[in-house]
Every structure is written in structure tokens, then in C-alpha cells.
Design a protein around this ligand. Sequence first.
Ligand code: FES
Length: 105
Amino acid sequence: MSDSFVAVAACDTIPDGKFIKVRVAGRALVLAHVAGRYYAVEDQCSHEDYPLSFGCLDGDRIKCSLHGSRFSLETGAPLEEPADRPIRVFPVKVMDGWVWIDPST
Ligand code: FES
């Protein structure tokens, strides 16, 4: 594993089906917990400069609240228009009861 991982939140602070906003290395990210897995994506829709943290989770997707595009939390791929570009996703690991993110990728 890369040495660039940063501990960002205790696992028990993010209920399953919820997300929190975190700031890591100057980046605003969404850290989501879905079905026992954690996902980190940039907190910015690829359609317009709008925070995805204003939206909601839909299973393993995050929905932008401005125009409704959904993105895969796994790959960042847009699943519905009007967004047609992926959002950035970041490697996540769980260790010692904490969620770690590598913001360097
Ligand atoms: S700003 Fe997110 S879909 Fe338009």
C-alpha cells in the first residue's frame, strides 16, 4: 500500500448508508459507507461546479441534487445525464477501526 494514506474518520462515526464530508490534503471529499464498504469521491459534480455533498446516496451511487446525475461511488462513472464525465475517486482502506484515504492519486 502507498504511504500516502491519511486517517480521516473512525469507522463508527459513519453509519451504513450515510456519508460525511472530509477535507484531505486540501481536497474536499465525500466519504460514504455503503453495505460495509467505504468510498471516497471528490465533492464536486463533473457537470457544474456544485458539491455532491448537497445530494444523497442511492445504494452505491451518489446523486447530484442540482440536475440529478448519479455517479458510481466505485468508479466515478456518470450513470445519467446531464453529467457525461466521471468524478474522481480515491483509494480507501480500513485499518485499526479508522478509514484511510489516499488523496495523492
Ligand atoms: S451540477 Fe450535478 S448534474 Fe448538474
